[in-house]
Design a protein around this ligand. Structure first.
Ligand SMILES: *[C@@H]1O[C@H](CO)[C@@H](O)[C@H](O)[C@H]1NC(C)=O
Ligand SMILES: *[C@@H]1O[C@H](CO)[C@@H](O)[C@H](O)[C@H]1NC(C)=O
Length: 286
């Protein structure tokens, strides 16, 4: 009996060692889509706060980025590569395709800023050239037969509405229609992330991002590995899709208007002492 226990302990130990050695192994790609109104709410309350370009898209989930990840679904990190010749990476045909599903949402950001950032922060860890990275993004997007993930949500009644909220399962089921082929594939897992509606509300959250996983070539969807860390959309969460909110003004508040009452105050100066006296009398005698 003792021997058996020791044996199993040894096996568990070995498994753990193997897993930790493998933990940065490039295994899959995460295709991370965002709901623009939620992104903008997050941006408005970031430090320092930012603003979105208006109008804010409300009929599309747009791509945040394609993130190479390990077998546990954790994004890989790597040194920032030297910049390539961006004009070669983004010939007009590529740029136009990327703009349709991967637009920059932040006010004043240039057309290519988000793409360059995603290549530097994530794409370069995937061991391909930038050309292959951006073409893979286009390829994965083209696997969505209804064009945009929003269309899958909408068909299942998942829409932005102040009076509608959804269970996590409803949203995941709607997204899984992306993967339905004949014969039906087993249900693939996806990741959802959410942000709180506000600091006081503990029951409802806003849907922020949906992550689909693909193989390294970006030629087929696979199940996102189950993650041990709790996600920001817990199983019991009540999830909403916010409408776009008007973008706040970020310039400092305008200086107060010139003191127009100054003249008046001089005019009535004589009245104050009298008023104050009678008021004090009222309090202390009353
Ligand atoms: C919405 O998404 C579809 C498919 O990804 C794209 O063709 C269309 O241009 C997008 N609409 C806007 C306004 O960006
Ligand atoms: C949280 O937000 C939802 C949706 O706006 C609302 O129905 C609910 O009453 C709020 N709960 C609290 C405690 O404020």
């Amino acid at each position: 009996m003792k021997k058996l226990v020791t044996f199993f302990l040894l096996v568990i130990l070995l498994l753990e060692i193997t897993i930790s050695v493998d933990s940065q192994k490039l295994t899959l790609l995460k295709f991370v889509l965002q709901w623009p109104p939620t992104y903008c709410i997050g941006l408005n309350s970031a430090a320092p706060p930012g603003r979105c370009k208006e109008p804010i898209l409300q009929h599309n989930l747009t791509l945040h980025g394609v993130w190479p990840a390990d077998q546990r679904g954790n994004s890989l990190t790597c040194p920032v590569p030297p910049d390539p010749n961006w004009d070669r990476v983004f010939p007009p045909a590529v740029e136009n395709q990327l703009m349709a599903f991967w637009p920059p949402l932040r006010e004043n950001s240039q057309k290519r800023d988000l793409w360059k950032h995603e290549w530097r922060a994530h794409g370069a860890c995937g061991g391909t050239t930038p050309q292959v990275y951006f073409n893979t993004a286009i390829k994965i997007n083209n696997m969505l037969q209804k064009g945009n993930l929003f269309n899958y949500l909408k068909t299942s009644g998942i829409i932005a509405c102040n009076s509608l909220s959804f269970a996590k399962k409803d949203i995941v089921d709607a997204i899984r229609k992306v993967f339905v082929v004949t014969p039906p594939s087993p249900p693939l897992d996806v990741y959802l992330t959410c942000i709180p509606i506000d600091s006081r509300n503990r029951t409802h959250v806003y849907l922020k991002e949906v992550t689909l996983c693909t193989n390294l070539g970006g030629t087929s969807f696979i199940s996102c590995p189950s993650q041990s860390a709790p996600t920001s959309c817990s199983t019991g969460a009540t999830i909403m899709l916010p409408h776009p909110k008007p973008q706040p003004s970020l310039s400092p508040p305008p200086p107060p208007p010139p003191p127009r009452r100054f003249q008046e105050e001089i005019d009535v100066e004589g009245i104050y002492p009298k008023f104050e006296q009678s008021w004090t009398k009222y309090i202390f005698n009353g």
